[in-house]
Design a protein around this ligand. Structure first.
Ligand SMILES: NC(=O)c1ccc[n+]([C@@H]2O[C@H](COP(=O)([O-])OP(=O)(O)OC[C@H]3O[C@@H](n4cnc5c(N)ncnc54)[C@H](O)[C@@H]3O)[C@@H](O)[C@H]2O)c1
Length: 337
């Protein structure tokens, strides 16, 4: 499937096996970027490819890692003809896309997402970035991958907690855009999707197409794409200050946003949303230093002067972006959760 964007296109390869990657990318001119966990678990797959192996984890999604990758690319004699392929979770895909878009002013790049979260979210849409201190994705580029290649068997080695991280973004998609998927998720369970490959394939595909649909309408995040930030304003402010994964942080952020929605748009029954997050193993209410978190939150990229572009729900499956004065947000942070 070919998806056209304003300046380039992305080929989607569903239901593939890793071995087929050689049919679409020439190992002689490609360099794979991955992390140590994936490299160790799937060593045989990397045979015959040039590879750069990063230390795993969000704390390495920083400029110094990008610099180290750039130095390795120079040592490996990379040129403008080199294709970078990020094989990994969202940290690997974000860094690969970022380095590829700045090295020699831009190389072609593609992704083989290996975590559920990267499959349904991080690999899609062309946002590539790194963190700066506690500020998430503060530096980065918009640049679309040439391809995204799906081999769901990679998920066989995905650690247990990473499944709920992926489900957090799937649930977010349901909240903002797909009431039917919300009902399916309510009816089923994480175990059902993990045991039933056909259902998982269908769920991943549905989410890929949902995200692409949103991104295609607003590639550079001026309007509609902002909906994908549901739960992310508080989530990002929490993520690098506490020992939380991305999925856990945005789940707490979505819980807060559901209660803000109840106040501001009259969303009915926010508890139904919170229950779904819990069902998929995600945290919802948490105690944290609200002053410290607010100080980071108010620096969010979605802020315009004194207002925050905050994503709310009018109903399940219908997200909207509303401007909320940041001081009002602070007040709700103190009082709503
Ligand atoms: N660019 C975007 O649009 C976008 C969207 C959403 C999230 N993100 C970013 O994605 C990141 C989170 O992604 P993530 O949850 O995939 O994190 P991650 O890349 O850190 O992966 C999570 C963990 O799972 C391991 N792992 C991944 N796949 C594996 C596999 N198949 N087998 C064994 N271990 C495996 C990794 O080594 C890591 O330890 C965050 O940095 C977030 O900001 C970006």
């Amino acid at each position: 499937m070919k998806i056209k964007f304003s300046q380039s296109s992305t080929d989607l390869f569903f239901n593939r096996s890793f071995g087929d990657l050689k049919k679409i990318v020439d190992p002689a001119t490609a360099i794979l970027v991955t992390d140590e966990n994936i490299y160790k678990k799937h060593a045989a797959k990397f045979k015959g490819w040039n590879s750069i192996v990063l230390k795993p984890g969000e704390e390495f999604k920083v400029q110094s890692t990008a610099d180290a990758v750039i130095e390795q690319l120079i040592t490996m004699n990379a040129s403008r003809q080199t294709m970078l392929v990020g094989v990994g979770g969202g940290v690997v895909t974000d860094i690969t896309g970022y380095v590829a878009s700045i090295f020699m002013r831009g190389l072609r790049f593609g992704f083989v997402p290996s975590s559920l979260l990267a499959m349904v979210d991080a690999a899609i849409g062309g946002k590539n970035g790194i963190d700066v201190g506690v500020y998430k994705n503060m530096v980065g580029t918009f640049s679309q991958p040439a391809f995204i290649f799906y081999d769901l068997s990679l998920l066989e080695t995905l650690p247990e907690p990473e499944w709920s991280n992926g489900f957090a973004e799937i649930i977010k998609h349901a909240f903002i855009r797909d009431a039917g998927m919300f009902r399916d998720l309510e009816k089923n369970s994480p175990e059902y999707y993990r045991k039933n490959n056909a259902a998982l394939v269908k769920l991943v595909r549905r989410n890929v197409l949902l995200k692409i649909g949103v991104v295609k309408k607003d590639e550079f995040e001026k309007n509609e794409r902002r909906l994908l930030n549901f739960g992310h304003t508080l989530g990002h402010a929490l993520e690098n200050q506490y020992e939380l994964s991305h999925g856990q942080a945005i789940s707490i952020g979505m819980t807060f946003a559901a209660h803000v929605s109840e106040k501001m748009t009259g969303l009915k029954d926010p508890d139904r949303l919170v229950s779904l997050l819990s069902k998929y193993g995600l945290p919802t209410y948490a105690s944290f230093n609200k002053k410290k978190v607010y100080d980071v939150l108010k620096m969010d990229k979605k802020k315009e002067r004194k207002d925050m572009n905050f994503v709310l729900l009018e109903q399940i499956g219908k997200g909207v972006v509303k401007k909320i004065p940041v001081d009002k947000l602070e007040n709700m942070l103190q009082n709503l959760i």
